[in-house]
Design a protein around this ligand. Structure first.
Ligand code: HEC
Ligand code: HEC
Length: 410
């Protein structure tokens, strides 16, 4: 029995009838009196693990990205917002960042794989909650949010544009150059196309840093535990509670889907995705590292605004690290309900199917990475359902962000 208080169910029913009676304050009192104390459900060790998945949002005043001099700058954020939706930043004039990262679809597209001027090889991840990551993209081929924002511009199946086209657009458009000037304190260079493009990417990054997904039922449940209060069955159901227990325990999920954003930001093989573009397996991390090391836009290059060089430490180290074919970045599990289909190749249609994958096979060949034997999880059908219900509790439809009304720059 996962939940130790075996009267949980009956209590829930009693609470339900109390609610039907709509007895206002009396009802509140009965909830408090009848829900089991956290200590009856979780051990101290488990509560510690649960608390490690918050608070959410992480911080009201987040640290600036020192590699981007316009990080946190209000004019750059406004500029970046417009750029994100601007189709003129593409060779065809028809593709914007927002073509694939659609605001009302949790900043993704609900397609198997993204489609710009043509279909790309991977599922479109969200641009929520990216601030402060070490690596970007499924293979981590970028080490900053601004350099990741350059990749789709130059990729011929995404925006398919060039530094020259971008720089000419910004120089030639009165509104874009006005916003550039406001954000960077200087006009776009008349000769250095590449530096203008990097500026555009830094404004795009300043905007994306502001995107943080909303508070979920899990966050409220966690907060209750953090206060040492008894959780309420009204915002966290019994199956969700059992699923959480599996997630942090037997399922081993927290090993990789850790921290407030449910990702440790590192790379593992899980066998979840199997798509082979052009008949060849997607190499993932090793190829990502190769591209990162070669890129003139990485943090070791001249566009890093951090004079101290400290911010490039992880990039310097990565070329030496052992990587394995088929490793991909651990995705966040926030707002999964809004982001089907799943996996790096978008092959998996439902959350239940992802969980079935983990239930049947040894999901975690990566556990062997730290010398631990890989053991199949063998989750029962009920355990699988419980996990799905818990994963659903990490989603909310209340994700704050509204487009602005678009004033003029002068
Ligand atoms: C054709 C669809 C498409 C367009 C257009 C597009 N993206 Fe993406 N985006 C993707 C896909 C697919 C990935 C995953 C890339 C990979 O791993 O190879 C991605 C990844 C990202 C990431 C990394 C997210 C993470 O979890 O690491 C960021 C940031 C991002 N895009 C921002 C942008 C910006 C900014 C633009 C516009 C300049 C843009 N994207 C245009 C499809 C698109
Ligand atoms: C060894 C690290 C690791 C462990 C442990 C792990 N995952 Fe994952 N998870 C990943 C990686 C990596 C991916 C992306 C795989 C891919 O598509 O190639 C992923 C993908 C997912 C996805 C799809 C998300 C999306 O947006 O596409 C879900 C859901 C998920 N995992 C849930 C779980 C659950 C539940 C558990 C515990 C039973 C678990 N994971 C354990 C690393 C891990």
């Amino acid at each position: 029995m996962i939940i130790r208080n075996k009267h949980f169910n009956r209590h829930a029913l009693r609470i339900a009838s109390a609610m039907l009676a709509a007895a206002g304050a009396l009802w509140v009192a009965s909830v408090t009196a009848q829900t089991p104390a956290a200590a009856n459900i979780f051990t101290a060790e488990e509560i510690k693990k649960i608390l490690s998945h918050g608070p959410w949002p992480v911080s009201a005043t987040p640290a600036k990205d020192v590699t981007n001099r316009v990080s946190g700058n209000a004019d750059a954020i406004e500029f970046g917002t417009r750029l994100f939706f601007d189709q003129r930043l593409s060779g065809s004039g028809k593709v914007a960042c927002a073509s694939c990262h659609v605001a009302e679809r949790n900043w993704t597209d609900n397609l198997k794989r993204g489609v710009g001027t043509a279909e790309v090889e991977r599922n479109t991840p969200t641009v929520f909650n990216l601030r402060g990551s070490n690596w970007y993209g499924w293979d981590g081929a970028a080490d900053s949010l601004w350099s990741q924002s350059i990749r789709p511009l130059l990729n011929e199946r995404e925006h398919g544009t060039t530094p020259r086209q971008i720089a000419q657009l910004v120089r030639g458009d009165e509104q874009l150059s006005c916003r550039y000037r406001k954000a960077f304190g200087a006009a776009p260079s008349p000769t250095d196309d590449e530096s203008v493009m990097v500026g555009i990417a830094k404004a795009l990054a300043a905007f994306q840093e502001t995107l943080v997904s909303g508070r979920t039922p899990f966050d409220m449940f966690r907060e209750t535990l953090a206060k040492g209060a008894a959780p309420s069955a009204w915002n966290f159901s019994e199956p969700a509670t059992r699923g959480l227990k599996l997630f942090i325990g037997k399922g081993g999920c927290t090993n990789c889907h850790s921290g407030p954003n449910f990702s440790n930001g590192e790379f593992f093989t899980t066998g979840l995705s199997q798509f082979k573009p052009q008949g060849k397996p997607d190499p993932g991390r090793p190829e990502g590292v190769r591209q990162l090391v070669e890129s003139q836009f990485n943090l070791l290059g001249r566009y890093n605004d951090d004079a101290s060089g400290n911010s490039a430490a992880h990039t310097k180290k990565v070329a030496m690290e052992k990587t394995v074919q088929g490793e991909f970045k651990v995705p966040s599990l926030r707002n999964l309900v809004l982001t089907a289909p799943y996996g790096r190749d978008g092959r998996v249609e439902t959350i239940a199917e992802v969980v079935r994958h983990y239930a049947d096979i040894d999901p975690i060949s990566a556990h062997a990475k730290d010398g631990r034997p890989a053991v199949p999880l063998k989750l029962s059908l009920r355990e699988q359902t419980d996990l799905v219900v818990f994963l659903e509790s990490l989603s909310t439809f209340n994700n704050p962000w509204r487009p602005d009304d678009g004033g003029r720059c002068d």
